[in-house]
Each structure stands twice: as structure tokens, then as C-alpha cells.
Design a protein around this ligand. Structure first.
Ligand code: AMP
Ligand code: MG
Length: 449
């Protein structure tokens, strides 16, 4: 991430009389924000592009393979070993030469002296002489000169001599050296995402650590003096439970972040500054909700510019019009300040935060893919604002996708948001969609990819 501290500027450009005050860093401005392109408003796409341009992928480092599940590997992986490492038995039984048991049958078993026993982890110390057998366990190395394994089931399991009741062709029940993975084979390319089975491969070839980008550490804070943590008692009629910090923490986690849900802070300048200051140390991204509209107590908007350069924009979308962004503190930690209404906060998360988290992880595409769906009924939209309406996508009678809107427009309707599985994208210039027309949607439950 472009963490340029103010101290990296040449000192002679600063005047001695303007030494920065503690807690009030001399601010390097933000990159120039985009001009409004929708009347006084900024388009959603332009705002997203702006935020993306202000963050860079996190630096990779070597992490334990178990911590790398779901992350993108940042190095090519070439196996330095063969897997299997040596020819070994796939069965518990006897190592023999195929030619010595070729005539064996139930009625005329072939009897061979048992000259040794090889367990997994033990070496096959000597060659197998013609006309003899060695007991062998699954995974144990096949002794030189043996070319097939007779499983216990086809023998009398003899100790001194063994009776073999069936032939066993050359190579049967032998796992060959390198048949799984050859030494020198390239197994992963930088950029590949590691799933649980890949972790098995990495361990199998002897790697305990790999170079991966870390999960972005996302600090989530809800602002508002009315908020109470769920699980506690509401003490007066004006208080409400804080749903946003949980909603966004869960969404950020689902997007791949390592989340620190800090909880709530009241509409209090000092408390907010103190809390943000405390959190900067461990954050790759700070998310807040509330306090960015036009209200008298919208202190996020009032206070954050004192801690770093900020951009407060009116975005041509509904919900989610007021948006804030800043690069906070000496390390210029990105901070996205979302509106307080739960649906606005979530829609803004989808539009802006998820893409930023993915860019921090260098996982493309940053933005969800757009899927076309048939509108199940007429839909109205407001001119001049891109609407992200909650939708329920299902399958219509012909097997295609169709979408209906989920409940009302209100930005406070949490239950409708949870019922929805999609956001229907109704562009700025669309005022009406007829039933049967195609619309674009983001499918919210699609796997991260
Ligand atoms: P604000 O953006 O702070 O003016 O908040 C807008 C609306 O969202 C108000 O009705 C708040 O009570 C509500 N709200 C703000 N934060 C939360 C939250 N964390 N959980 C639930 N509702 C919230
Ligand atoms: Mg508020």
C-alpha cells in the first residue's frame, strides 16, 4: 500500500515554524478526487475507481501453510521431490516376482518361502531372490527384484512359507516413484488461490511455509450515541442495537478479511479520535458507519479531516449517497466512512469496500461480476441515481434466472435485506423496467472466487 509518511518528504521543504503538532500530522493531500459527473453528484463507478486508485495490494510474506488457505500464493511452486518418493506397496501382502506366481490358482497354489518382512518406514535391505517372497506392508518400499504384490487376500498369510492362490501381474499394487508428482514439476503459479486440497499438496512435497499476501486487517467501528451492543440491555426508548458493526464485520470476513470488530463509539469528538488513533496500529483498512450525512451530530465528517486527508462525496446512488474516505495518520491507513442506515451501509460495502478488500488481497475481479436476469415484475427507479435495489433471484418456468424485488425501499429494512440474495442494478438513466425485461444483478451469495 502506498504508505508514504510525511517524514519521507525532504525536510527542507518544511518550514521550522510549522512543526507538526502531536496528533495533527502535516497532511499530504489525497490524490485529486474525480469531478462530479452527475449534476452535483459523483457516479458510483467513479467513486469506486477513486478508492481503488488510493490503495495498493498488501506486501506478501512467508506464512505457515495452514494460514494460507483461501489466499493467493505469490510465488511459483516447483516440486523438489518425487511423489511417491520411491516404489512402494499399495497393499498389505507379499512382494514377489510375477513370473513365480504366474501359474498359481486356488486348486494349485504356489508355495514360496518368506525371506523377510518390510514395514512402512523401513528399508528394503536386500534383493528378492527368485522363487521367494517378502512380507510387505502398505507404503513400504518394494524390494529390488520384486515386481508385483500379492495381497493377503490371495494367500494363506503364511509366516515361514506362503501359499499364493492367484497370479499377480507385473506392477500390480505397486505405486510408482513420481507417478503423482515429478521432481521439477511446476505445481502452482503466482496468483493461484490455495484451497484445502492444495495445502495437502504443499505439505506432501515438504513445504511448511509459502509466500502469500496476508488477509487485510479490517477494523470495524459503528458510530452513534444511540447504539448498544447486542446482548446488553437497552436502557431507554431511544437506544437501538448496533447491527452495522456485526453486518459489516461478517461481510468483510466473507470477503476474505481478518476482521477486528471494535464495536460502538458515541457521537463524541474526543472519543472517536482516541479510538481511531488506537486502532491505526493494527489496521490495513478502517470501516466506520454513521456520522457522514448532514446531521448536527455527524461527527465522523467533522473530526476525521483532523487525522488525515479526507474526501466526503455525494454519490449518485440509492441507497448510499453520502460517502467518506480518508488516508489516516502517519501511515495513511485507508478509512472508508459509510452511512449509518444498515441497508445503506451494506450496499456501500458491496459497491466500494468489497472491491477495496479484494484489491488489498490482489484478488481479481475486484468488483462482482454482473449477471443478467429477467425482471419478474415492473420496477421503478429514480432518475439521476443508480439504484441498488434488494432482489431475490430464482429460477423461472423456462429454467432461466428471474429476479423480484425484496420488500420496500427503506434503508432501515434489515429483514428484507437478509431475504434478498442479490442487488439489482438500475442505472441512473433508467426510470422504469417492464416485467420480462433483462436487468443486471450482483449475486450476493456467489462464492468469493
Ligand atoms: P447516521 O448516518 O449516523 O445519521 O445514521 C442513520 C440512521 O442509521 C439512524 O437512524 C441511525 O440510528 C441508524 N444507525 C446508525 N448506525 C447504526 C448501527 N450501527 N446499527 C443500526 N442502525 C444504525
Ligand atoms: Mg449517527
Amino acid at each position: 500500500m502506498g504508505r508514504i509518511t510525511v517524514w519521507s518528504m525532504p525536510l527542507f521543504t518544511r518550514k521550522a515554524t510549522h512543526e507538526p503538532q502531536p496528533g495533527a500530522p502535516q497532511l499530504e493531500p489525497l490524490p485529486e478526487p474525480p469531478e462530479p459527473d452527475r449534476g452535483q453528484l459523483r457516479s458510483m463507478q467513479a467513486h469506486r475507481q477513486y478508492l481503488l486508485s488510493c490503495v495498493s495490494p498488501l506486501r506478501p510474506f512467508r506464512q505457515h501453510i495452514l494460514d494460507a488457505v483461501g489466499l493467493n500464493i505469490c510465488e511459483d511452486i516447483v516440486s523438489s521431490v518425487d511423489l511417491p518418493r520411491f516404489d512402494n506397496s499399495a497393499m498389505d501382502g507379499y512382494a514377489v516376482r510375477a513370473e513365480d506366481v504366474a501359474q498359481a490358482s486356488q486348486d494349485a497354489p504356489r508355495s514360496l518361502p518368506v525371506v523377510g518382512e518390510i514395514a512402512a518406514g523401513k528399508a528394503a535391505t536386500h534383493r528378492l531372490s527368485p522363487g521367494t517372497a517378502m512380507k510387505i506392508m502398505t507404503g513400504a518400499p518394494v524390494p529390488p527384484n520384486a515386481n508385483t504384490i500379492v495381497p493377503y487376500e490371495n494367500t494363506d498369510r503364511g509366516e515361514q512359507d506362503v501359499k499364493v492362490f492367484a497370479p499377480s501381474v507385473t506392477g500390480q499394487h505397486i505405486r510408482r516413484i513420481g507417478e503423482d508428482i515429478k521432481s521439477g514439476a511446476q505445481l502452482y503459479w503466482a496468483g493461484d488461490r490455495l484451497g484445502p486440497r492444495d495445502i495437502g499438496v504443499l505439505a506432501g512435497i515438504g513445504l511448511d511455509k509459502v509466500q502469500v499476501r496476508p488477509r487485510p486487517r479490517v477494523v470495524v467501528i459503528a458510530t452513534g450515541s444511540e447504539l448498544v451492543d447486542p446482548g446488553l440491555e437497552l436502557s431507554n426508548e431511544q437506544q437501538i442495537f448496533d447491527s452495522n458493526s456485526y453486518l459489516l464485520a461478517a461481510a468483510a470476513k466473507a470477503a476474505g478479511a481478518q476482521v477486528y470488530r471494535v464495536g460502538q463509539v458515541g457521537d463524541d469528538r474526543v472519543a472517536l479520535k482516541q479510538l481511531i488513533g488506537d486502532q491505526l496500529l493494527r489496521a490495513d483498512l478502517i470501516l466506520t458507519t454513521g456520522g457522514v450525512s448532514q446531521g448536527d451530530f455527524d461527527i465522523v465528517k467533522a473530526v476525521m479531516p483532523e487525522m488525515g486527508p479526507c474526501d466526503f462525496a455525494q454519490v449518485a446512488m440509492q441507497p448510499g449517497k453520502p460517502q467518506g474516505f480518508g488516508l489516516i495518520g502517519f501511515d495513511r491507513v485507508p478509512m472508508i466512512m459509510l452511512p449509518g442506515n444498515p441497508v445503506s451501509a451494506f450496499v456501500s460495502f458491496e459497491a466500494f469496500v468489497r472491491p477495496v478488500i479484494r484489491k488489498l488481497m490482489a484478488v481479481r475481479p475486484y468488483v462482482r461480476r454482473v449477471v443478467r436476469c429477467r425482471a419478474a415484475h415492473d420496477m421503478k427507479s429514480i432518475s439521476g441515481r443508480l439504484q441498488l435495489a434488494r432482489g431475490i433471484v430464482g429460477v423461472d418456468h423456462s429454467g432461466g434466472r428471474e429476479v423480484e424485488l425484496a420488500g420496500g425501499h427503506g434503508s432501515h429494512l434489515l429483514a428484507d435485506l437478509a431475504r434478498a440474495n442479490a442487488l439489482v442494478i438500475l442505472p441512473e438513466d433508467v426510470e422504469f423496467v417492464s416485467a420480462g425485461d433483462d436487468v443486471d444483478v450482483w449475486l450476493l451469495d456467489e462464492s468469493p472466487g
